[in-house]
Every structure is written in C-alpha cells, then in structure tokens.
Design a protein around this ligand. Structure first.
Ligand SMILES: Cc1cc2nc3c(=O)[nH]c(=O)nc-3n(C[C@H](O)[C@H](O)[C@H](O)COP(=O)(O)O)c2cc1C
Length: 301
C-alpha cells in the first residue's frame, strides 16, 4: 500500500452532505491515506431553513453560474493525488458554493488532478452533475469517477417532502409521507464504495496516470421517468433564469414575486407532467433510457 494525499471538499446546510463526505472519507483515513476534509465557507451564509422567497430567489444566479463568493480555502501545502467534490444539486445545477469554488481564486487546485464527484441530492442529478463535470474540466481537472447518493422511497413523494424539509428544516414535515433525506443504508453504501476506492488508490504506484478507481462498480442509479422530465423541463430553466435576472435583483420585491411564480411553476410541473413523463418514458423506452444512461455516464463531452 502506497499512502496518497486525498482532499475531500464539502459544504452542507442540514448536515446531510457532511455525513456523505465523512462516510466516503473515513475508509481512506483507515487505509492509511493522508486525508484533508475541508468545508467550503460562503462569505454570506445561505439561510436554512429557507423561505419561499430565498429558496426560489437563488434560482437565477444558480442556473446562470453567477454564484455568491466563498472564502479562500485554508489548504495544507502540497500536491493532491485525489480531490473529492461532495456536492449537492440546486435547480438541476451545481450548488452555488461549488460553482464559486470552480470559478474563484482557488480553482487552480484542479489543474491536472484526478477528481471524484460525490453527488448527494433528492433525485434529479444528471444535469447538475454534467455541469459540475464541465466546470471541473474547464479548470483542467480530470473527473474519473462519479458516485451519486439519492433519497430512497417513492420519488414522486420526494418532490414534496424535500421542499417541505428545505422550508421548515424538518425531514418529517409532511407526516403522511416518508421522511426526506438519505437513509442510513445509503451512507453505508457510500462508505463501502469509499473503502474500495481507498484500497485501489493505495495499490497504485505514486505518480501514475489518473485512472478511474470505480469504473466496474454501480455507483449511481437513474429514475428514468423523472430523469426524462428533468431533461425536458430543465432545458427551460436557463431561459426562465435569464428573464428573472433581467427584471430583478436578489432580495428585491420583483425577485420575491418571481420566487412565488417559480414555486407555482415547479408544483404545477411536478403534478401536471408526472403522468405524461411516465407514459412518455414507457412508450419510448428503447430510445429514452439509453439516451439517459449516456447522459449519466462518463466521459462527459
Ligand atoms: C435551492 C435548492 C435547490 C435544490 N434543487 C435540487 C434539484 O434540482 N435536484 C435535487 O435532486 N435536489 C435538489 N435540492 C436538494 C439538495 O440537492 C440537497 O439534497 C439538500 O439541499 C440537502 O443538502 P445539504 O446537506 O446542503 O442540507 C435542492 C436544494 C436546495 C436548497
């Protein structure tokens, strides 16, 4: 075993992403690697729980890659053999703190480095993950693997339970539905994948090419009807974001009104389009599912 230097970057509001990062990182430390677990720090903290106005108020800047800044990373000196980005998805885009990292003064750390993306979100991850990979690649990073931890249980219910969790801070805000967030079994699965990655990283000679560590493992899953909906509805998001950003500033009255309009749009899209997307995916499965599988897989062009 040759010990390597591993940087695990994370940021979390509820603590969920922190648990995911720690679950993945622990086996690396146990295997003898030198692990730095580092939290991103937004200059101005995002609210949690959110209000409708603040939650949907961050929509335009998130979708248009105009993130609020984060503080400089306090990095231990030296080179990294592996960087792990433990990232959430916001509005089918990378969350703002990670978009800020990848466009801010510390973006140089990715140049020529092997990167594993460790996504944790409700369920819709493909577009946000692809955008994240694009941002890493733009900084010269080499994304070799992706792990995705999504909420279990019925996906349709998770639209409502996750929104209620974000707006109240309580995972069980809707008592009649399963609690929002990741189950303990998912953290165990993430730790298991971390253990395999740690062992394989240790078996590599120092200074070798940045090869995939997990290519033979199932490290993500796709809920096809929802992912189909994500691709079609998500393609409208940049247009909506441009319009809202052209007519309003964050925190303004117009932005608050547009936040309520976005809430209404999202709820009507979920309720009104769920059945059409289930039927569409069923009818066109031989074309739709392989397309989605391609979008969800490396390499991302
Ligand atoms: C503003 C906002 C937008 C979100 N959009 C999505 C989304 O598009 N897809 C998704 O699966 N989850 C979405 N989520 C859920 C997050 O990805 C994540 O699971 C949740 O915020 C927990 O992360 P935390 O550890 O930072 O609390 C969103 C959350 C927030 C706050």
């Amino acid at each position: 075993m040759t010990p390597k230097r591993v940087l695990v970057l994370w940021w979390s509001q509820s603590g969920q992403l922190r648990s995911v990062a720690e679950s993945f990182a622990r086996p690396f430390s146990e295997a003898g690697h030198d692990v730095a677990l580092l939290e991103l720090e937004p200059v101005t903290a995002f609210p949690f729980p959110w209000k409708v106005s603040t939650f949907f108020g961050v929509f335009p800047e998130t979708v248009l890659d105009r993130p609020a800044p984060i503080r400089r990373l306090q990095l231990p000196p030296g080179e990294w053999d592996l960087i792990v980005l433990t990232t959430q998805v916001w509005f089918l885009s990378p969350s703002q703190p990670f978009a800020a990292l990848l466009s801010g003064p510390d973006r140089g750390i990715f140049l020529g480095k092997r990167v594993i993306t460790l996504i944790s979100c409700r369920n819709m991850w493909i577009r946000g993950w692809r955008r994240l990979v694009g941002l890493v690649q733009a900084q010269g990073g080499i994304v070799t693997d992706r792990i995705v931890a999504t909420q279990g249980g019925p996906v349709f219910a998770s639209y409502f339970t996750t929104l209620a969790w974000m707006l109240t801070g309580k995972r069980d805000a809707i008592k009649a539905l399963p609690s929002a967030g990741l189950g303990a079994d998912t953290l165990v699965r993430v730790a298991g994948i971390g253990a395999i990655a740690a062992e394989r990283l240790g078996a590599e000679p120092r200074g070798g090419p940045p090869a995939p560590l997990l290519a033979d493992l199932q490290t993500a899953s796709v809920s096809y009807p929802h992912a189909f909906g994500e691709q079609l509805v998500g393609s409208l998001f940049p247009l909506f974001a441009r319009i809202i950003s052209a007519v309003s500033r964050p925190g303004s009255l117009v932005r608050d009104v547009s936040a309520v309009a976005m809430l209404c749009f999202i709820l009507s899209a979920v309720i009104g389009l769920f059945v059409p997307f289930v039927i569409g995916e069923l009818l066109f499965r031989p074309w739709v599912d392989p397309w989605l599988d391609r979008l969800a897989t490396l390499p991302v062009a």
